[in-house]
Design a protein around this ligand. Structure first.
Ligand code: DLL
Length: 434
């Protein structure tokens, strides 16, 4: 099913015309209302009227997370404070938070785009949606909430935490759809098992998981443990929140970007030059319709590719490949580039290991070292020591063979790695300590 047939199936040519019209209006708006952008335009000798075709987006300046921080909290807003009706913020790992503001119309758009996303994932107005994304400054909770209500579904605004109670309510309310991070979905499954509840037998049908990178292996694991279909949803607060892109249940072959509202580009993260859409690079978004804090060419740091061929679900919007890592999450271990997701794939494929892991990066002299701590499952834990040793050396060997780095692998007891109610903390970087 498609929620907004007209806008999700526009012929490419029409879509691009719409994008250009919106881009031109956006440039006028930010030039008039955001001193940061006016200065950038003036420095380049650029006027909004210079944007004549869609490719001219390349003439526009990039926006980085640091620009939002430099104008903390509200310096990049394009409307007066009385037009703002909601604030969200993303904490990030370092430095000041980035703050975003929404007008009434921005919230309506977000509700529509999240409703589109729910329908793409296979949800309907008759569904009960258990929303365990955090409510608060994080965009996950409220973003999904109003999208579900726009669709006409019944929202259960449970937020994160109190995991056993969540399991009980999932069962008692017979919810159809679960929204949370992929790592929290596994925590819910684990807690249900401890409570003697077979979560696979509940009516739950669909999981809409995002806000952190996860892998195909993790998807299979979640689908098996929860007995549901797991759908990948992507978004970021600076651009809107959840619902910027989502997989369709029909094809599950990349995430459809809501292109009538967000203009996507792929660039080389080092040179900033445009890349062919099917080449991997950094995803960059221009928000075509946002009023509160419109952004030109926002650098997401997320690495992916784009595919603009029509999908068999009927949508014509381009699809981004699942994001398996951010350029700033890339580890460089003795010169070799490694993404945490690549290690995750190896761990989940290994018999007896769980998807609960942490990567500890330290420095010895001038060399970075990587320790992989991963929990074994209960049956492996009670197994003979030689089988544990065998699993440990298998993982070490596979990491060396497939990723080209030497890692110290440490198997740990079940349930010793901290569970997360939101985004999982996978990397502990000790390089800058002491
Ligand atoms: O995480 C918004 C969101 C909420 C998306 C709920 C999906 C579901 P931020 O906290 O600003 O916003 O973090 C955005 O999280 O740049 C990606 O690096 C990462 N991310 C989000 N979704 C995915 C995903 C929300 N499906 C940052 N796969 C983004 C991989 C994701 N990474």
């Amino acid at each position: 099913m498609i929620f907004d047939v007209k806008n999700e199936t526009l012929p490419r040519e029409e879509l691009e015309k719409l994008q250009l019209r919106r881009l031109q209006a956006l440039c006028e708006r930010v030039y008039a209302n955001v001193p940061f952008y006016r200065k950038k335009f003036d420095e380049k000798g650029l006027k909004p009227a210079d944007i004549r075709k869609l490719e001219d987006v390349r003439l526009l300046p990039f926006t980085e997370k640091q620009d939002l921080r430099n104008h903390y909290p509200f310096g990049m807003f394009a409307v007066s404070r009385d037009q703002i009706v909601r604030i969200h913020s993303s904490s990030g790992t370092t430095g000041k938070a980035t703050v975003v503001g929404y007008t009434k119309r921005d919230l309506e758009t977000w509700g529509q785009l999240m409703a589109r996303s729910f329908v793409a994932a296979g949800a309907t107005a008759r569904d009960m949606i258990h929303n365990a994304y955090g409510y608060g400054l994080f965009t996950g909770g409220l973003g999904a909430h109003y999208g579900g209500e726009t669709l006409g579904a019944a929202m259960v605004p449970i937020s994160g935490g109190a995991t056993r109670r969540q399991v009980m309510l999932l069962k008692d309310f017979e919810s159809d759809v679960l929204c949370c991070t992929p790592s929290y979905a596994l925590f819910l499954a684990e807690s249900a098992a401890e409570m003697g509840i077979d979560i696979r037998r509940l009516p739950l049908r669909i999981g809409i998981f995002g806000a952190e990178p996860w892998t195909e292996e993790m998807r299979r694991d979640i689908e098996a443990k929860l007995g549901i279909k797991a759908i990948d949803i992507y978004g970021l607060s600076e651009v809107m929140g959840p619902g910027v892109a989502i997989e369709c249940e029909d094809a599950q072959d990349g995430l459809h970007i809501q292109e009538d509202h967000f203009l996507a580009e792929i660039i080389d993260p080092d040179s900033g030059e445009k890349k062919a859409p099917d080449e991997e690079g950094e995803l960059v978004f221009t928000t075509l319709t946002k009023e509160g804090i419109p952004l030109l060419r926002y650098r997401t740091r997320d690495l992916t590719t784009l595919n603009a061929t029509p999908c068999r679900c009927g949508r014509t919007t381009a699809r981004m490949r699942r994001v398996t890592g951010r350029s700033d999450d890339m580890l460089i271990i003795r010169g070799v580039n490694v993404f945490p997701s690549q290690i995750e794939s190896i761990l989940i494929e290994t018999e007896g290991l769980t998807p609960h892991y942490q990567l500890i990066i330290a420095r010895q002299g001038n060399m970075d070292t990587l320790e992989v701590q991963v929990e074994v499952n209960e049956s492996m834990f009670s197994d003979e020591i030689k089988n544990l040793q065998r699993a440990e050396s298998k993982v070490t060997k596979n990491i060396k063979e497939f990723l080209g780095v030497t890692a110290k692998v440490k198997l740990v007891e079940p349930k010793t790695i901290a569970r997360s109610e939101g985004k999982a903390k996978r990397i502990i970087d000790k390089r800058n300590e002491g």
